[in-house]
Design a protein around this ligand. Structure first.
Ligand SMILES: Cc1cc2nc3c(=O)[nH]c(=O)nc-3n(C[C@H](O)[C@H](O)[C@H](O)COP(=O)(O)OP(=O)(O)OC[C@H]3O[C@@H](n4cnc5c(N)ncnc54)[C@H](O)[C@@H]3O)c2cc1C
Length: 406
């Protein structure tokens, strides 16, 4: 086993760390307080190639391995969860799904500008009455000649006001339960699409999240991703990629908690010594360190599995559950270490705590992941081979066609 980062990965890590320190850190408190999503950061990330870091070069990406995406996400979330969420949604949930399930037309028209960062992608699964219970969704897609007509609404959609392309899941045959779902690429400019961002979220206040409304939206048949009825499988395999990046981001949030806590514990004195000298404070920092190291290993194992081209739903779910819980616990303890100061805007830890809650809810709640892990261990849940796989890394060059892909 090789636990070291390659030279390329180290270079990316250094670049993103510098970028976050220079472009995000000085402004983030203001953006968070003003509930402002700074789109300029997306443009700058695109310039650095961060919007398609693990997408093959032939589709406009950087062609780096899947663990490089994890490194990018960890470094971004060290700055703020909002920008890591943007990469999770754009790259993992949308672009990697097109890479896995899209046809050549869709890869050229939609994936390539997304990987280059010229267009932004989002992922719209959740509805007011369908979160964990995906099959309860109400959005409908009816065939009309070569097109589909979509009607319904989605909620809690990250980047809703910003995305150019939205992967929308809708029922094509409502009587078939989860087998009746299909996946469509919907452009913001299609008539009948509108969005409305939320204000006053608990956390990720520097991010954009809200509703997507679809009113008689005509979507060309060529924008159906995969086959009719394959939407549930596509949505779940997208989550294998999204959850990986969420878990990786959690590693960065723990890193930020340790950084702030160690600094404060060495400065603040009680009873004639720095609070870091009190064993109960050391215990909180020790737990953060254990959470950081364990989460990091779980994440890199998933990245390695993806590089091999192997199914990783079980391992990804574990990494996501564990790392997000560890990050939330680390943030709560970071506030505790700061005492009353942790309860104020003067220090970043209260933001970490508010931000750390959403990842315990989105992309499969903590409870859903616990159920999954229990079912895997008991032998009640087994993963079947998918019709389309994420390509293994290193990626094949143009002209070569990988096994299992058309
Ligand atoms: C900031 C943010 C960004 C988001 N971005 C996106 C996005 O980009 N795209 C998107 O599609 N969605 C997004 N979501 C939505 C998110 O994926 C859902 O909120 C999540 O799937 C949970 O669904 P729900 O909120 O409807 O909760 P529910 O499913 O109603 O669950 C409520 C509670 O019941 C528990 N529960 C539910 N079922 C079970 C069960 N079988 N056993 C035990 N407990 C259970 C849950 O764990 C939870 O505690 C986002 C959410 C947030 C907060």
């Amino acid at each position: 086993m090789d636990f070291s980062l390659s030279e390329d990965q180290q270079a990316v890590q250094k670049t993103v760390r510098k970028f976050v320190d220079r472009e995000i850190m000085p402004h983030i408190e203001t953006w968070d307080a003003d509930q402002h999503f700074e789109t300029g950061i997306i443009e700058k990330m695109a310039d650095l190639g961060l919007m398609g870091v693990c997408i093959p070069e032939r589709y406009g990406g950087q062609g780096m391995d899947y663990n490089t995406l994890a490194i990018v996400c960890a470094e971004l979330e060290r700055g703020d969860t909002a920008f890591r969420t943007a990469v999770s949604v754009h790259t993992s949930l949308n672009s990697m799904t097109l890479l896995q399930w899209g046809d050549e037309f869709q890869k050229e028209k939609y994936l390539t500008p997304q990987a280059q960062g010229r267009k932004v992608g989002a992922y719209a699964l959740t509805e007011p009455n369908a979160g964990s219970d995906v099959a309860a969704m109400q959005t409908r897609a009816k065939r009309d000649g070569d097109d589909y007509i979509l009607n319904g609404s989605k909620t809690w959609i990250s980047l809703c006001d910003v995305a150019d392309h939205i992967l929308v899941f809708a029922k094509t045959s409502p009587e078939d339960g989860h087998k009746g779902l299909s996946c469509f690429i919907v452009e913001r400019t299609f008539p009948g699409v509108s969005t409305r961002g939320f204000k006053n979220k608990l956390g990720i206040r520097a991010g954009n999240t809200g509703e997507v409304f679809l009113e008689n939206v005509r979507v060309p048949g060529e924008n159906l991703v995969g086959e009719e009825g394959e939407g549930f499988k596509i949505a779940m395999s997208a989550l294998d990629n999204g959850r990986f990046s969420v878990a990786a981001g959690a590693v960065g949030l723990i890193d930020a908690c340790i950084e702030a806590s160690v600094k404060y514990a060495n400065q603040r004195e009680t009873f004639g010594k720095p609070i870091g000298k009190h064993q109960l404070v050391q215990q909180m920092i020790a737990k953060m360190t254990a959470g950081y190291e364990t989460s990091r290993l779980l994440v890199f194992r998933v990245g390695w599995l993806k590089n091999q081209g192997w199914r990783n739903t079980r391992e990804t779910s574990l990494a996501k559950w564990y790392a997000c819980d560890a990050a939330f616990n680390a943030a709560v303890d970071a506030v505790q270490i700061h005492g009353a100061n942790g309860y104020s805007h003067e220090f970043p830890v209260e933001r970490y705590m508010r931000n750390a809650k959403a990842p315990v809810i989105y992309e499969g709640t903590r409870e859903i992941h616990q159920i999954m892990q229990g079912e895997y261990a008991l032998g009640y849940r087994k993963d079947k081979e998918l019709r389309r796989n994420l390509p293994p890394w290193p990626f094949e060059k143009e002209g070569e066609v990988s096994q299992g892909q058309e």
